[in-house]
Design a protein around this ligand. Structure first.
Ligand code: 1AG
Length: 134
């Protein structure tokens, strides 16, 4: 049985979000707002199908995909660059590779105790986010 990420999760820590946003080319004013946010994730996992809805007072981001199946991602409201994304299991970690203009782009989700972890990668920057159940 794979891990189940389903639930509602609130951000509690956000390490080097600034570096990650700079690597994505997010402008100064947007970064100032974005780093104040405490986004919430609502994750629904049903077999190989996942939806991850990240919401905040500023912007929302919705992702739906099937594990193991490449899809087009538009990153709308984030950096707006399109990429080809593929999410696969690496043991109990959910790993996304985002192929596009930015090198080394992707993310990894995993559970640790009662916490949801998210590592966001772009070029040489790594942002580490931790969420707790709402
Ligand atoms: C993601 O998580 C990213 C979800 O794919 C959003 C997290 C960080 C923001 C990413 C880039 C920064 C770009 C622009 C800043 C402007 C607004 C920030 C809004 C943040 C809330 C939406 C991986 C996975 C599924 O959970 O998406």
């Amino acid at each position: 049985m794979p891990v189940d990420f389903s639930g509602t999760w609130n951000l509690v820590s956000n390490d080097n979000f600034e570096g990650y946003m700079v690597a994505l080319g997010i402008d100064f004013a947007t970064r100032k707002i974005a780093k104040m946010l405490k986004p919430q994730k609502v994750i629904k996992q049903d077999g190989d199908m996942l939806s991850i809805h990240t919401t905040s007072t500023f912007r929302d981001y919705m992702l739906q995909f099937k594990i193991g199946e490449e899809f087009e991602e538009d990153n709308k409201g984030l950096d707006n660059r399109k990429c080809k994304s593929l999410v696969t299991w690496d043991n109990d970690k959910l790993v996304c590779v985002q192929i596009g203009e930015k090198k080394n782009r992707g993310w990894t989700h995993w559970l640790e105790g009662d916490d949801l972890h998210l590592e966001l990668r772009c070029e040489n920057q790594v942002c580490r986010q931790v969420f707790k159940r709402a």
